[in-house]
Design a protein around this ligand. Structure first.
Ligand SMILES: Nc1nc2c(ncn2[C@@H]2O[C@H](COP(=O)(O)OP(=O)(O)O)[C@@H](O)[C@H]2O)c(=O)[nH]1
Ligand SMILES: [Mg+2]
Length: 384
């Protein structure tokens, strides 16, 4: 009996002890979070503190991951900034690229080149806006390449096409010419309404200013007052000067005044905007001939006459282009809106049919979205 009482006492004492320990443990477990809560309250980086509170052991790796993510997003931001500075064909040509490589898709992976392959390639080239004439000429050259080099697969054929395209686009001088000894250089921009003349002048003015040339913009599009205002905004953004006339005024006079003003101030470059449409019954091409003549009359020298073409208009754009080629001696093409629904083949068509080089390409509406045309980069982007 005594033994039983002693045992009961022992059990009781142990029970109380254990419960005390458990309570203490519980208290111990409760305490740290309250400390952490205080820490959380003190430190602003509550996300990290939450991670510490939930899984203290993995804190280090969590933080590492977090900083890795941070590092990655920083890199992304940096490359975004780079893209803004100089957009790349690969990034901006997504639509042209998928149209082009999509239509070539059935040829890739073929184990042999037969008549059906040639038919499909011709169709694909025409769909890509290369134009019927240029497509047939390309195919002719490719046929002899296939024979001479013993090419047998679809992939080899596409590779040969890629090389052929690069060769055809090589050998054009794409520099924009200054004439430092002959007064201000005048670069004239022509093209139908809405193709992007004014926007191109704005972007290019900013680029030339940034490269250390002084720029004056002449608002030769007197068709609408809004056109001069639009150019004025670009001039302000790029730090260029602006010369404008009255709505409905003589475009040649505005450009002539612009050249004189530039000459008086020792400005290197006049970017001259023109209208794609006229108030008067005068033919646009006659007007442009006059603009071209008058721009050369004063102290300046016209060193570039750039036809601005909207890439999304495809083969139709080329029909207009021919009219301009006949009116004024063009020195190059600015191909805008290649970031849109344009098909890349238009670039080939311009070189083949007009015989003048694409010098600049518009890849968006922003001030930095104008790049020099690089044929190799362009062809690679189309096939990637
Ligand atoms: N997406 C895209 N839009 C462009 C590009 N160039 C011009 N634009 C847009 O095309 C429209 C007409 O441009 P604008 O310069 O006024 O044409 P203009 O009538 O020839 O002077 C404007 O909304 C421009 O922002 C380009 O390269 N890409
Ligand atoms: Mg305009």
């Amino acid at each position: 009996m005594e033994l039983l009482i002693v045992l009961l006492l022992v059990v009781l004492i142990l029970g109380v002890g254990v419960s005390v320990v458990v309570t203490r443990r519980r208290a111990g477990m409760l305490e740290p979070p309250s400390i952490l809560d205080e820490t959380v309250a003190a430190e602003p980086l509550s996300i990290l503190d939450e991670i510490v509170a939930v899984e203290p052991v993995e804190t280090a790796s969590e933080v590492e991951t977090a900083s890795e993510v941070e590092a990655e997003s920083e890199v992304e931001t940096e490359s975004e900034v780079e893209t803004v500075e100089k957009p790349r064909f690969r990034d901006r040509l997504s639509k042209a690229r998928s149209a082009f490589s999509g239509s070539m898709g059935s040829i890739a992976g073929r184990s042999r080149i037969d008549e059906q392959t040639w038919d499909e390639l011709e169709e694909a080239l025409i769909l890509a806006d290369v134009g019927v004439g240029a497509a047939q000429d390309l195919l002719e050259h490719l046929r002899s390449r296939v024979k001479a080099d013993g090419l047998t697969t679809g992939d080899e054929l596409l590779d040969a096409l890629k090389r052929e395209l690069k060769e055809r686009l090589a050998g054009f001088d794409r520099t924009l010419v200054y004439s430092p000894e002959a007064g201000p250089s005048v670069w004239l921009f022509v093209g139908v309404n809405g193709v992007g003349k004014t926007t191109t002048i704005g972007k290019l003015g900013a680029r030339e200013q940034a490269e250390g040339h002084s720029v004056l913009m002449a608002a030769g599009d007197t068709f609408r007052a809004a056109a001069a205002e639009q150019l004025g905004m670009w001039a302000e953004r790029s730090g260029a000067l602006l010369v404008r006339g009255n709505e409905g005024g003589d475009p040649s006079a505005v450009i002539f005044d612009g050249v004189e003003a530039a000459s008086a101030r020792g400005i290197d470059l006049v970017l001259a905007d023109t209208a794609g449409r006229l108030h008067t019954k005068v033919n646009l091409m006659d007007e442009l001939r006059k603009v071209r003549r008058v721009a050369d009359k004063g102290d300046g020298t016209v060193t570039e006459v750039l036809l601005v073409l909207d890439a999304t208009t495809g083969q139709n754009g080329l029909i207009q282009a021919r009219q301009f080629t006949e009116a004024v001696e063009l020195t190059g093409v600015v191909l805008t809106k290649l970031d849109g629904s344009a098909k890349g083949g238009i670039v080939i068509a311009i070189h083949e049919q007009l015989g003048i080089p694409v010098k600049l390409v518009g890849l968006g509406e922003g001030i930095d979205d104008l790049v020099a045309f690089d044929p190799d980069e362009f062809v690679e982007a189309l096939f990637s």
